[in-house]
Design a protein around this ligand. Structure first.
Ligand code: IMP
Length: 432
């Protein structure tokens, strides 16, 4: 066994892409198992910035195979555009990309349905999604009646017939509920998607079999989570979550690979917390502190450009998500962003309205909303950390902060990142 899992332990955007990129050399293939083009990974290498959404980060490394597993929802125009943009940046996907024939397809009516739920209901019901059609597509997947998979695109007669019925249903519903809705023409949608399917054909295969055969040949897989564990549809801050199992819990279902093949479980966290979209966020700093973190950390959504909500590190939330995702070590990202604060706070527990200590993550939205964080305060540091290349280069207060987080989470921190470049990564005490 030499396969690895890399998942975020907060509400996404933990800079997982950088860790995946760092670990690529020790693996043969990178596997996405959930989510879709709602994800955004930014990798900076050699001064060039690459933005990835549907494609696994490993695509930037020659010789690394990349799998978009059955649990991912695929918007074919978005996938093909990403392949094309990379080609323009000199990255050839060639025969390294493997797209599951069992993955579900995002169709134009999914985007309209999301507009319906995000714009036409009361503000209190908005989730603040990325508007990429993720929720409606997963809804059709589990509802079964209206689901379309990548493999259906290669059975054109069946696809056209099925799409006729689906589009008729969606048109009736959307016309009744959206004022300015232009009904879809099923034939035009089918023509467009069958054309896209032709271009996708070289990449499409049974990725479950491909992965098992690769394991049989001793290949090492790296499973790359998108979003973060606190956005997991089962284990996150429901309903303010995404529609997939974005914790490590999604790996087996979303790739067809049992997790007994994995022996390294890395949980990725930022040195603080961010969240995009709605939902409870106990340590949010809707003030100068939060603004400073946003400015220094350039905390704006990769996919939507929305400003991210920012706040202190929440050890209660991360202890919980590390358990759910089975993490055995932590990669701590963006430590450099915290330079310049007089003091730094960490939520070590919550307190409910009656002043009782809450040490585990409440399951109900209202209970979580009522929780107040109990903070420990640590002294800050003013040094620029972006130049640090080893543990000893970090000022004592930054080292103390890292060790404090480690003790609070209850796991070793094996990698500390102090900037976007590969070189700006510190292996802690020989780990990593
Ligand atoms: P959806 O995944 O587009 O349905 O959005 C559901 C929630 O997940 C919203 O709060 C989004 O902002 C959030 N979300 C989805 N993808 C990401 C991501 O890659 N990073 C951070 N938040 C995300």
């Amino acid at each position: 066994m030499a396969s690895t899992c890399v998942v975020g332990l907060q509400w996404g955007d933990e800079a997982k892409g950088k860790i995946v990129d760092l670990l690529c050399d020790k693996h043969d293939a990178v596997v996405r198992y959930q989510g879709g083009a709602n994800a955004g990974h930014t990798v900076v290498t050699g001064g060039v910035t690459y933005k990835l959404s549907l494609l696994p980060t490993g695509i930037l490394r020659p010789g690394i195979d990349c799998v978009v597993g059955n649990g991912v929802v695929i918007h074919p125009p978005a996938l093909l555009k990403e392949v094309e943009t990379l080609a323009n940046q000199g990255v050839e996907v060639g025969d390294r990309l493997h797209v599951s024939d069992r993955a579900h397809v995002i169709l134009p009516y999914h985007l309209a349905e999301e507009r319906l739920t995000e714009e036409s209901v009361s503000a209190a019901d908005h989730l603040g999604t990325t508007r990429r059609g993720i929720g409606p597509c997963y809804r059709d997947k589990v509802g079964r009646v209206h689901g379309i998979r990548i493999g259906d695109l290669y059975h054109p007669a069946h696809f056209r017939e099925h799409l006729d019925r689906i589009v008729a249903y969606k048109n009736r519903m959307l016309t009744a509920m959206l004022d300015d809705f232009e009904p879809f023409d099923p034939r035009a949608v089918a023509d467009e998607y069958l054309g896209l399917a032709d271009r996708l054909r070289p990449f499409v295969r049974d990725t479950t079999t491909w992965l098992h055969e690769a394991l049989g040949r001793g290949k090492r897989l790296l499973f790359e989570g998108a979003q973060g564990s606190l956005l997991d549809v089962d284990h996150g801050s429901y309903p303010y979550v995404t529609s997939s199992n974005s914790s490590a819990a999604g790996i087996a279902a979303g790739s067809g690979v049992p997790t007994r093949h994995i022996d390294r479980w890395i949980g990725v966290v930022k040195a603080y917390t961010t969240r995009v979209g709605g939902g409870p966020f106990p340590t949010e700093q809707d003030n100068e502190i939060g603004e400073r973190i946003r400015r220094v950390g350039k905390e704006f959504g990769t996919v939507t450009g929305r400003p991210r909500r920012c706040g202190w590190f929440d050890a209660v939330a991360v202890r919980y998500s590390a358990r759910v995702s089975g993490s055995t070590e932590i990669a701590l990202m963006l430590l450099d962003v915290l330079s310049g604060h007089d003091e730094i706070r960490v939520a070590v527990a919550y307190e409910d309205e009656a002043g009782r200590k809450v040490t585990s993550m409440p399951g109900h939205l209202e209970d979580l909303e009522r929780c107040r964080p109990v903070y420990e305060t640590l002294p800050g540091w003013s040094d620029d950390l972006t130049w640090a290349r080893s543990w000893d280069d970090l000022p004592a207060r930054a080292q103390d902060y890292v060790l404090f987080l480690s003790s609070q989470i209850g796991l070793p921190i094996s990698i500390v990142s102090v900037g976007p470049e590969r070189l700006q990564s510190i292996a802690v005490r020989g780990e990593g």
